[in-house]
Design a protein around this ligand. Sequence first.
Ligand code: ZN
Length: 293
Amino acid sequence: MNTCPLCESDKNELLYTNSRGNKYLENYVCCNCGFVYTWPRISNQEVERLYSDGDFSKEARKSSVPDLAKFKQTEQYALERIHHLETKIPDFFSKVHSCVEIGCGAGSFLWLLKSRGQKVLGIEPDVDYVQVVKKRYKIPIETVMFQDYDNTELFDFICNFHVIEHIINPRAFVKEIYNRLKDEGFLYIECPTIDNIYTGSLDTFFWDVHVNTFSNNTLPWLLESEGFSIKEIFMNRGFVSIIAKKGTQVKFKSDDKDRIIGIVKSFAPKPKKISFSKRIETKIKNVIKSVLE
Ligand SMILES: [Zn+2]
């Protein structure tokens, strides 16, 4: 049955049916909490296969292994994230000693943390990708899915960037992070938000591998409902970022279905109007051209 992955309500509305690559994809909005999610969900086994055998890296990371250009780009992003951490949590590096990144990709963020004296660990299921990363940065990476990482060690810091939108059960994912974090530890998370259609078009914003679409309300609300307290929420490169700790402070509510539908309506393509205005634009350009000539 089509139920919301966050609140389990079965009241929903079909929100949008196109996605990146012009693929038919059903995204629903939950009438109870405003969460946006794809239905039907793929199975956990399919997810594991997608991220382990290189298909995802080839499509989304543009290459089955990272090249120099990719490392340069991810190192720039990593520097920006370190900067956010240091400015928003000034005592971060004096409090934190062990860090794990779930879905560490090119590994640049962990490499920077390591250069600052941190003990680091990456979790990344794509074996081929990881081989190249290990060679460049000499950092330890476990090639498993996070839920299969069999270790009882607790960490001072757990981060994941552009991962939670891919997770079939995001609530279980957040619970797992909570259980593996020390009481005084920090969580740092970043993902796309429906509050900023970062591609500029819903037809590329929605994407079949993004099974969850959070908003600037549903992400902090989910974290709070699983025992986190939000220290900082901010936008970074058009994505929503949160730094959280364990705690009971509650500041965020779930989202409103009508607000979400409003966002999508304001972005929905209006093909006739566009082609009309394009024609006018071309006419005006031609008139100007002829006057200038
Ligand atoms: Zn819901």
